[in-house]
Write a protein that binds this ligand. Structure first.
Ligand code: SAH
Length: 261
């Protein structure tokens, strides 16, 4: 994997939000919390409301042209972004969390982990004045085809996925290479003790100590699970020769004509 092996400064996630505590709390635990303690990453949270200038600290307003709900105003976000860009490492991209953005996936996570840091803008209510997307950020990112009530959870998803790829954050780097979506497959099923629970046994081959048999079993299982749960990924797979033999179905495609030469 093309991941830098040495970082001299922490990878800083700058998060712009109306709900700073949501982001602070959620990044304080487990892998992210430890990575921050170790100085590998940092999460800097900006309260968009601090960049409102009116007495009521208004961050949202009614949509032009009518329609339900409220839209987040452009000025506080633009001002807050200016501050974040000034504090971020030069060249740090700013991304707006948006249900209409480009779909986030493991490939995007790998690309983002190569950046000097990330600025993430969280929307709320009915969304964000389009001028933010058009003029103030470098891109819009969606975490999936569903609508959430705010950009905080999506930003946390991006932070978590990217942070895992920063060298040192996940202790065993081999575990990254074998995970779901690294090879266009979902991960093989994992088991741990006990070998039998309520009549359900762990597959015998995993107890055999035969490393080649275990490797083949896992590859087979990963393929079967991808086919079952993610036909979209399965259809795009480049089959290894050893997989071809046991490929159970040709996915409705006619067989390749035999080569004559
Ligand atoms: N009216 C908008 C949805 C607004 S949801 C629409 O139909 O597209 C409010 C905020 O939640 C958005 O501004 C965005 O920041 C965040 N959000 C909701 N769903 C998201 C998703 N799938 N990916 C990323 N951000 C999302």
């Amino acid at each position: 994997m093309a991941v830098r092996e040495v970082r001299t400064a922490p990878f800083v996630f700058h998060v712009l939000t109306l709900f700073p505590e949501m982001v602070r709390q959620a990044t304080a635990y487990s892998v992210l919390g430890r990575a921050a303690e170790a100085g590998l990453i940092a999460v800097r949270v900006y309260d968009i409301r601090e960049h409102t200038h009116d007495r009521h600290r208004t961050a949202d307003d009614e949509p032009y042209g009518g329609g339900p709900g409220m839209v987040m105003k452009v000025e506080p976000i633009a001002r807050c972004l200016r501050q974040a860009r000034a504090e971020a490492a030069p060249g740090t991209p700013a991304l707006l969390m948006s249900a209409s953005g480009v779909l986030f996936d493991q490939r995007m996570a790998r690309a983002l982990a190569e950046e000097p840091g990330l600025i993430l803008v969280c929307g709320h209510y009915e969304g964000v004045d389009e001028r933010v997307a058009e003029h103030y950020v470098d891109g819009e990112v969606s975490i999936g085809d569903y609508v959430l009530s705010g950009g905080e959870v999506p930003a946390l998803v991006v932070i978590d996925a990217v942070a895992r790829l920063i060298p040192g954050v996940v202790g065993n780097r081999d575990s990254l290479a074998e995970e779901s979506h690294e090879e266009g497959l979902v991960e093989y099923p994992q088991y741990t003790r006990p070998a039998e629970f309520e009549g359900h046994r762990v597959p015998e081959v995993l107890l055999s100590g035969n490393h080649e048999a275990i490797r083949r079993f896992r590859r087979e299982q990963a393929l079967a699970k991808t086919r079952r749960n993610r036909p979209d990924l399965y259809a795009r797979l480049q089959m290894e020769p050893e997989d071809e033999q046991r490929r159970p179905l040709r996915l409705g495609r006619p067989p390749e004509p035999a080569k004559e030469d």
